[in-house]
Design a protein around this ligand. Sequence first.
Ligand SMILES: *Cc1c(COP(=O)(O)O)cnc(C)c1O
Length: 233
Amino acid sequence: MAIIAANLQAVRERIAHAATAAARAPASVHLLAVSKTFGAAEVTAAWQAGQRAFGENYVQEAVNKVTALADLPIEWHFIGPIQSNKTRPVAEHFAWVHSIEREKIAQRLNDARPAHLPPLNVLIQVNISGEASKSGVAPGAERALATAISRLPRLRLRGLMAIPEPTPDVTVQRARYALLRRLKEDLQADDAGIDTLSMGMSDDLEAAIAEGATIVRVGTAIFGKRQAVHSEA
Ligand SMILES: *Cc1c(COP(=O)(O)O)cnc(C)c1O
């Protein structure tokens, strides 16, 4: 578990270096530790090393972890695909959802958000690398979804998220993230509450920060390589 603290420190240094290189304040980039497939012990080790926000992809796995770690005031973010029959546990256990791509899911999250909790922070996922297989709305389609979400009182639209197809080409990484930044700036012109760009992972967080990421989602560089491929029950 000592390795998790050392890895976290290394990731924080990468973030600070990338922010400084982009003439940004390091504190303007928030680190989301992606703990999918890892257990409560690994999350606790990261917590003890000062990490406060964690991201999860699989509803049942996540709810088990959130429940086991209820004593720690962790900020939980849901970043995986959401099926419509899983919206209630997501609305009940998370502070943020990064992966909104359909109005129906937004409506169901709104309806299930408990009254004693603040509105759920949500991001619209945009497909910025264009393959048919990947999730997210097509660039341009985020506007209509943003308008629909703005009518839902129990959701608070904060911005955009993307998971581009991996590429080692930094120029391509930058171009895709620049596209997401421009889409976010367009939304921001109409809605001052938009302040978040969730983009960048273990292998490309520097390019994302150069293009304005405010949340980077990092798993492998903190917790190590994930073992099994997970499937949702
Ligand atoms: C798994 C995952 C990550 C973390 O990816 P790493 O390459 O391990 O840093 C980030 N975002 C999403 C949506 C993920 O599913």
